[in-house]
Design a protein around this ligand. Structure first.
Ligand SMILES: NC(=O)CCC(=O)C(=O)O
Length: 272
């Protein structure tokens, strides 16, 4: 299986419409890949909190349209990273619906195969954590060669989410991100940890450049179920292409069946 991770540079100097066109061209150039992956919030930038509202789109908005077309032109499965999704208002009189950090997966015919609303929002008491609503559903998707489990950026710090994805059948964990350079060591460490503990491939695609004054780490990374790094990008915009055999997941789980020794229900009650 061939995957291409497109590590996009997100800089405010580039208008969003131009970046969208540029990214669509890059996706089309990946024709022949089985799966193409884009980063988190590459239209606004993951740290451009002040732009989330103005840059928000309905699920089937301009980024959806452009990426569906690019996936179908290239004939690839496309994990199109995430968009700031403005959900429909439940009550039209109350104005806009909530914002979500929503990632989109398209099939090679350009149909939406899955949408995942990020569960763990980053920022503690500010930024995404207060501006966006949290998703609540785990999302997996069956591709011809493997089953994907999807998560977004800060989710990488929460191993229980990935356990849930594995329990739902995931073999390849796809993590679009806008991870800052400041915590790059966590990024590579956590990507490898999630691969080793879940005996799964991890495809983690970050952004390059600097937006909202936050230099991005780049260093998109692909890790195999044994924790070995198959490929790692540098800091700048780059297409990281890797070939891997999804059957390695079953072989690793059989040869070293640690997942079978899980003891379920160990969650401690919250401390008072
Ligand atoms: N966009 C994010 O989720 C950033 C996460 C991050 O910076 C971290 O976990 O560290």
């Amino acid at each position: 299986m061939r995957a291409s991770l497109i590590q996009i540079a997100v800089d405010e100097a580039e208008p969003v419409a131009s970046r969208r066109r540029r990214v669509a061209c890059l996706v089309r150039e990946q024709s022949g890949a089985d799966l193409v992956v884009l980063p988190e919030l590459w239209t606004t930038g993951a740290f451009a909190f002040e732009d989330f509202g103005a840059g928000a789109e309905p699920l089937r908005g301009p980024t959806y349209e452009a990426m569906a077309e690019a996936a179908s032109d290239a004939g690839v499965w496309l994990h199109a990273g995430s968009i700031p999704e403005r959900a429909p208002a439940g009550d039209p009189a109350a104005g806009d619906g909530p914002l979500y950090n929503t990632s989109l997966l398209f099939s090679p015919s350009g149909d939406l195969a899955a949408a995942y609303r990020k569960i763990h929002r980053f920022g503690f008491d500010k930024g995404e954590a207060v501006l966006m609503a949290a998703g609540s559903e785990l999302v997996t998707a069956r591709l011809p060669h493997t089953t994907l489990g999807v998560a977004t950026c800060y989710d990488l710090r929460f191993p229980e989410l990935f356990r849930g994805l594995v329990a739902a059948g995931a073999e390849t964990l796809v993590v679009p991100a806008g991870w800052p350079e400041r915590r790059r060591s966590h990024w590579t460490l956590l990507a490898r940890a999630r691969a080793v503990e879940n005996q799964a491939f991890v495809l983690a695609c970050g952004t390059a450049g600097t937006h909202a004054g936050v230099p991005q780490a780049g260093h998109s990374i692909v890790v195999d179920p044994w924790g070995e790094v198959l490929a790692e990008a540098g800091p700048d915009e780059q297409v990281l292409t890797v070939e891997f055999d999804p059957a390695t997941v079953a072989a690793t789980r059989e040869r070293f069946p640690a997942l079978k020794d899980r003891v379920l229900g160990l969650d401690a009650p919250p401390r008072r």
